[in-house]
Write a protein that binds this ligand. Structure first.
Ligand code: ADP
Length: 479
């Protein structure tokens, strides 16, 4: 099959979260299975063309807006056989961040990502890539299914294909004032609650949910959660329930070429389930690097992620006094809400040598934290899939997770388990789970057995790729 991907980020070129990891890895898994893949993302100025070997195709695509035409210069990179990434370059993408600054989204995001959606289909046609299926991701890619059905700016769609729309996080919907409809020359008849309207505003994610032939999200439990209530479905639960028969949860995989302690170039010493000795070396190195006391007997817990309400780091902050009454160390890596950044900075000052806080985006440190920590904390309030718990498993770093979304689907606690799961969304619930982890940690033999079970879990992309294939063919999803 020929499959076109449209998304707003892809590792290793540009990544702010799990979406980037997925768009970097799933196309590769599909190409390995014999499909031909074309993936289109914006060429933000943070994309380092030289480092990644991008080539200028010398071609442009043009996208019509009511008062102007936006052009994009097309770059290409071919990282593997049957796998190409195209990059659309336009001054709209040359900003400090991808989506917004200082806690505010860029106001012209509807235009920036309409250019991506319409431009991707145009670029595919120009490359003579006539897809069997187009896979669009999150609200930034959500106009794609609409354009495939209705065309763009009064013209028919540049290509015809079945569409699959994937929700990576239903909390981010791309909501804009009503005027954005006309700024994108979207037909007025679509401004009603059964189509793109959302309480008087334009909701771009609805475009994917209404017009996508098949819908998916990134874990089976999250697929159930988002139809349940206004809290879990963020106001889209009714529409999602309506489309239930076309909606499936497919668990994300892991790019084990990048995330394996056997081959990780960024860690102090490599190790494997057969020979765990390198992990202690990585732990000592991490303690040195992030300013924690050198103490092999302390249980070192890592946390990595966006410092936002969703991730529950405020719950972690409140649980810290209880957690730190035990021999536990905390290493946090993240950026996000100013208030949380400040709170953790204060905590690091209050508990020197025991709490380390690194407020930046650092992919290589993320690898060293996965390798060096004993346990990994994910107190998320909701978690569509979560990738760090999957990486943790591979590194024998036992996840301590809240029982939501993809965390439920991937982590099991108990005599045969490979992590710790708490249901009570509170500092008490988290601290109790850390205590259970500590009890096992003190029994070195049992802890190592759990580590080996964790490392033996298989979350490779191949299984997910097979499930997506069914959707691309328009078949019911494979459970
Ligand atoms: P989300 O997509 O909601 O942010 P995921 O767990 O699905 O959460 O994916 C987050 C990805 O981003 C992981 O690969 C994680 O390691 C990475 N990440 C998040 N914050 C940072 C950071 N500050 N430094 C390095 N990597 C980070």
């Amino acid at each position: 099959m020929k499959i076109l991907f449209v998304a707003s980020e892809a590792a290793p070129y540009v990544k702010t979260g799990g979406l980037g990891d997925v768009i970097g890895a799933l196309p590769r898994a599909l190409a390995k299975r014999g499909h031909e893949l074309l993936c289109v993302i914006p060429k933000y100025n943070v994309v380092d063309a030289q480092k990644h070997g991008l080539r200028d195709t010398g071609r442009r695509v043009e996208v019509q807006f009511p008062t102007m035409t936006a052009g994009a210069h097309v770059f290409v990179h071919t990282p593997a056989e049957r796998l190409r990434y195209l990059f659309l370059q336009n001054p709209w993408y040359d900003r400090r961040e991808l989506y917004g600054e200082g806690g505010r989204d860029y106001r012209d995001n509807h235009k920036r990502f309409a250019l991506l959606c319409a431009g991707s289909l145009e670029a595919a046609r120009q490359q003579n890539f006539l897809p069997d299926a187009v896979h669009a991701h999150d609200w930034q890619g959500a106009l794609v299914p609409l354009i495939l059905k209705r065309g763009w700016a009064g013209r028919p769609p540049p290509v015809r294909a079945r569409s699959v729309f994937t929700i990576h996080n239903v909390a981010y919907q791309g909501v804009f004032p009503r005027e954005a409809m006309s700024e994108l020359s979207l037909p007025g008849d679509l401004f009603h609650p059964d189509a793109l309207e959302f309480y008087g505003s334009l909701n771009l994610m609805k475009s994917g949910l209404v017009f996508g032939d098949k819908l998916s999200t990134v874990s089976p439990t999250y697929a159930k959660e988002i139809v349940e209530s206004p809290e879990t479905g963020a106001g889209l639960e009714g529409l999602l329930r309506h489309r239930r028969n076309d909606l499936v949860g497919i668990m994300n995989g892991v790019d084990y070429e990048r995330w394996s302690p056997e081959s990780d170039p960024d860690i102090e010493q490599r190790y494997s389930a057969q020979d765990l000795s390198g992990k202690a070396v990585c732990k000592a190195a991490l303690q040195r690097e992030v300013g924690l006391t050198a103490d092999a007997s302390a249980m070192l817990c890592a946390a990595i992620g966006r410092l936002v309400h969703q991730k529950g780091y405020d719950i972690l902050a409140q649980a810290l006094p209880a957690i730190l009454s035990r021999n536990v160390q905390i290493a946090l890596l993240g950026t996000g809400d100013a208030a949380l950044e400040e709170e953790f900075t204060n905590l690091a000052q209050k508990y020197p040598g025991r709490v380390s806080v690194q407020l930046r985006f650092d992919d290589r440190l993320a690898h060293r934290m996965e390798a060096g920590a004993d346990a990994f904390l994910m107190p998320s309030r909701f978690e569509p899939c979560g990738l760090n718990q999957l990486y943790s498993l591979r590194y024998g770093t036992l996840p301590i997770v809240h029982a939501v979304g993809g965390l439920v689907d991937s982590i099991k606690e108990g005599p045969d388990g490979w992590g710790f799961v708490f249901t009570e969304e509170s500092p008490k619930g988290l601290a109790a789970a850390v205590d259970r982890a500590l009890a096992l940690f003190k029994n070195g033999v049992a802890w190592q057995a759990a580590m080996r079970r964790a490392m033996g879990r298989d979350h490779s992309w191949d299984r997910a790729a097979e499930q997506y294939e069914a959707l691309y063919k328009g078949q019911p999803a494979i459970a």
